[in-house]
Design a protein around this ligand. Structure first.
Ligand code: NAD
Ligand code: TYD
Length: 360
């Protein structure tokens, strides 16, 4: 049994679905179901007795303590977070609350549970076998110049957005719980993910969804900012590998050596849609690209040096960018009901309030 937080979000849901494709080990899912959490992402697990979903907050230490005592998981995998940089700029409060304060309460509940486990040997989970895996981002390292080497695990922390600062703080808390209390932690810092169930406020799904809706494709600034892209299921396989084989207290950077400029990403999405779902007027979706005001403090480049996880744990991604992006565009074409469902509630109201008059 493992406990997965944030399991109704993009990566958490992919992780749980992928977990059951590999294992029959039970999962307790804890998710607050914010605008970004959708139970529909886990709909294929409905009726599966090995999956237990609980709606709740990682910051509710009493609830987390109760779940830990009841289910006695051998590991906690923490995906729960506020995750969108633009939202963190418009309102950082929820990011501080969930990513920092929430992670702190989660760690406290986990520490109390772990300290009461039997020390070692015997059947079941022990203090030696338990793991707390914290899922984090490469954005904690800040922005790279064009010619700088990619982020290794020893790169200095230099977060630039409220989102990345809040994730950096949570990474530090996790580290401190290992060094101070001996909590058996692992941390992964991954590059930008893409794939199914990606909420359509992030670059790739927003471009697909807006293109199909005949809306503008808003490219921030000159579109030459670089991100390093990894197909979400490859991130999930890396997390599973770190959980099983990672050295305690270590950090593993996760990425697939796929640096791309944003404008190139948008062109690729347009080209795939031109092929798979041509516009009725025969023109390219590129016509919809609109350059808009840049994001404040926009990081210019992220890039992951993945040599440690490759060398130590033998992990490699299964998808290239070309195969992964084609699957992703096809998934959005095949799942337009999912798109309209996730857009219909609080997300739509939030966009209307915060982006009124901007190309969106
Ligand atoms: P997401 O926004 O799609 O999902 C986050 C999930 O957490 C949602 O289901 C939401 O309901 C839940 N949640 C939010 N606050 C909560 C709380 N207080 N208690 C319980 N649940 C809560 O995010 P994602 O893209 O799936 O990211 C998951 C994790 O991976 C985050 O920690 C993020 O920092 C990290 N990460 C994301 C990327 C990426 O490219 N998306 C890359 C590297 C790391
Ligand atoms: P995003 O998907 O928000 O991820 P992150 O900011 O965590 O990297 O954005 C990816 C890149 O795309 C980032 O450089 C900002 C840019 N971007 C746009 O140009 N237009 C958009 O509408 C969005 C959402 C992002």
């Amino acid at each position: 049994m493992i406990l997965v937080t944030g399991s109704a979000g993009f990566i958490g849901a992919n992780f749980v679905l992928d977990w059951f494709a590999q294992h029959d080990e039970a999962v307790v899912s804890l998710d607050k179901l914010t605008y970004a959490g959708n139970l529909e992402n886990l709909a294929s697990l409905k009726g599966n007795p090995r999956h237990i979903f609980v709606q709740g907050d990682i910051g509710d230490a009493q609830l987390v303590g109760k779940l830990l005592a009841e289910h006695r998981p051998r590991a906690v995998v923490n995906f729960a977070a506020e995750s969108h940089v633009d939202r963190s700029i418009l309102g950082p409060g929820d990011f501080i609350q969930t990513n920092i304060v929430g992670t702190f309460h989660l760690l406290e509940a986990v520490r109390a549970y772990w300290q009461n486990l039997p020390p070692s040997a015997g059947g079941g989970v022990t203090r030696d076998s338990f793991r707390f895996l914290h899922v984090s981002t490469d954005e904690v390292y800040g922005s790279l110049a064009k010619d700088e080497p990619a982020f290794s695990e020893t790169h200095r922390y230099e977060p630039n957005s409220p989102y990345s600062a809040s994730k950096a703080a949570s990474d530090h808390l996790v580290r401190a719980y290992h060094h101070t209390y001996g909590l058996p932690v692992l941390t992964t810092n991954c590059s930008n993910n893409y794939g199914p169930y990606h909420f359509p406020e992030k670059l790739i799904p927003l471009m697909i969804v807006n293109a199909l809706a005949g809306k503008a494709l808003p490219v921030y600034g000159d579109g030459q900012q670089i991100r390093d892209w990894l197909y979400v299921r490859d991130h999930c396989s890396a997390i599973r590998r770190v959980l099983e084989k990672g050295r305690l207290g270590e950090v593993y950077n996760v990425g697939g050596w796929n640096e791309k400029a944003n404008l190139d990403i948008v062109h690729t999405v347009c080209a795939l849609l031109d092929e798979l779902r041509p516009r009725p007027d025969g023109k390219s979706y590129r016509e919809q690209i609109t350059f808009v005001t840049d994001r404040p403090g926009h990081d210019r480049r992220y890039a992951i040096d993945a040599r440690k996880i490759e060398r130590e744990l033998g992990w490699k991604p299964a998808e290239t960018f070309e195969t992964g992006i084609r699957k992703t565009v096809q998934w959005y074409l095949d799942n337009q009901a999912w798109v309209s469902n996730v857009q219909s509630g609080s997300y739509r109201l939030w966009v209307e309030k915060n982006y009124a008059g901007r190309a969106r």
